[in-house]
Design a protein around this ligand. Structure first.
Ligand code: EPU
Length: 434
């Protein structure tokens, strides 16, 4: 079997990259949007869709259920779920991607039954599904499990509208109940809901198909369900990927002299902009771009800062690993407190091998002292976000790095080697056999 790796020549702390990084549509928006098409009649069309592995996995799952999806051409994707007939999610496909769990909402809403495998714990943490089970039970579904599948079944013919209080503001649980509630007659209120912009994007799309939803982007979302949703013929434009935007900003801060990061909504990355600007990164913000300009001082002139990951609008857990590379180049000591996932600091072992001065205090807290000269190493991407952090580390380092298991990076970032090469980076994709 062959896998891909990225071969990177480090810049040794030089800031020589220049150009523009155009941010793609958001992975964590298109995945729930695609899942929601199960409850939308007609041919649904999305624009600004990133050509990434997770989008391919989600379309494969939909196709396996009986949907028709077009090829992803020029960032436009069409989906028709009229012929979906199965109520069981494919085991192998679903396990590859935690976001497959979102399909439980629309499937249960449309068919009154869904069978799915555990969507998988992963290296970033245990990732339980208790919030899903509790919420669906409140909506009138029964829950059972055997060695292979979980099953939710609606006792009456339809899910019940109700009030659901999330014991923690899970992003995908909020999205799942939002889609499910659209099909339940009456008013559903999701309280302590997640407020991430991807939830707003989903609500905007569902409203464009006729749903009545208010309060998205706040902790209380109200859905008046029971209407049939019908696709409106104009393609729905997926919001820009705020995680890519924030991560690219960090990448540019430590490797680029001048860089424009475009097709973004800067209001989505306020927490990142605030910290980087305070640290001394020369940033100019416009309506839909961020520029790093005349970034000629060595990164050791940047001041360190502490990070505490938090639900939106706090500092995103998905930008924690790239930020760690930034902090390895700043002057001073920082505390990185990962509050969302307990396994999301494990990658720091590899950074220590590269020469970073990091001490883990427990599974949630690490301190890092900078500046350090990172050395190129052979690494294996452990998850999507740490994978990109390794690319940034490889670019900053002295010497060559190889980042194996490029698949993780490809799950979330489209053609990263081409986009970074266009700025002058020396990064190549090569396959290797395992
Ligand atoms: N949680 C539970 N029970 C549940 C569900 C979640 O205890 O039933 C806990 C989790 O274990 C975690 C916390 O709630 O400690 C928050 O997790 P959440 O459910 O919000 O995460 P998620 O919805 O599974 C999404 C993103 C992640 C991102 C997190 C946090 C998608 C498809 N995934 O995951 O993105 O890190 O929110 O913002 O939207 C990634 O893109 O690489 C990624 C991991």
């Amino acid at each position: 079997m062959n896998k891909d790796a990225f071969y990177i020549k480090g810049l040794g702390g030089e800031k020589s990259l220049e150009g523009e990084l155009v941010v793609m549509g958001a992975k964590n928006s298109i995945l729930p949007l695609l899942a929601s098409t199960i409850v939308v009649r007609g041919n649904v069309s999305f624009a600004n869709v990133p050509d990434i592995e997770d989008v391919h996995r989600m379309t494969e799952i939909l196709n396996n259920l009986g949907a028709t999806t077009s090829n992803l051409t020029g960032s436009e994707l069409k989906v028709d779920t009229e012929n979906v007939h199965k109520t069981q999610l494919d085991i192998e496909l679903s396990k590859k991607m935690r976001a497959s769990v979102i399909l439980t909402g629309p499937m249960l809403s449309r068919f009154g039954e869904v069978k799915f495998p555990h969507p998988g714990g992963c290296v970033i943490g245990a990732r339980p599904i208790d919030i899903f089970t509790e919420g669906f039970q409140k909506m009138g579904a029964t829950f059972s499990e055997d060695e292979t599948f979980y099953t939710f079944k609606v006792s009456g013919s339809k899910l019940k509208a109700t009030n659901i209080f999330l014991k923690s503001p899970s992003v995908t649980a909020t999205e799942t109940f939002l889609i499910a509630a659209v099909g339940a007659d009456g008013t559903t209120r999701i309280e302590n809901a997640a407020m991430e912009p991807e939830i707003v994007d989903l609500a905007v799309f569902l409203r464009s198909c006729g749903a009545t939803i208010t309060g998205d982007g706040t902790p209380t979302i109200t859905i008046v369900g029971g209407k049939d949703l019908v696709s409106n013929s104009t393609p729905y434009n997926v919001m820009p990927d705020r995680i890519e935007a924030g991560s690219f900003l960090i990448l540019a801060a430590v490797t680029a002299k001048n860089c424009k990061i475009s097709n973004i909504d800067p209001s989505h990355i306020r927490s990142v902009l605030e910290l980087l600007t305070g640290s001394g990164v020369p940033i100019r913000v416009t309506e839909n771009s961020v520029y790093i300009e005349n970034n000629t001082e060595p990164s050791s002139s940047f001041k360190s800062f502490d990070i505490k990951t938090h639900e939106y609008p706090g500092f995103p857990t998905d930008i924690q690993a790239p930020a760690m590379i930034f902090l390895s180049q700043c002057s001073g000591e920082s505390l990185v407190f990962e509050t969302i996932f307990e396994g999301r600091l494990n990658y720091t072992e590899d950074l220590v091998r590269m020469g970073a001065d990091i001490k883990m205090w427990d599974t949630h807290r690490a301190t890092i002292k900078g500046p350090t000269h990172l050395k190129g190493r052979e690494l294996e991407g452990p998850d999507i976000r740490a994978g990109l952090a390794y690319v940034i580390a490889g670019l900053v380092a002295n010497g060559d790095s190889i980042i194996r298991n490029a698949y993780f990076i490809d799950r979330g970032y489209m053609s990263i080697e081409k986009r970074l090469s266009a700025l002058g980076a020396d990064i190549k994709r090569k396959s290797y056999s395992i």
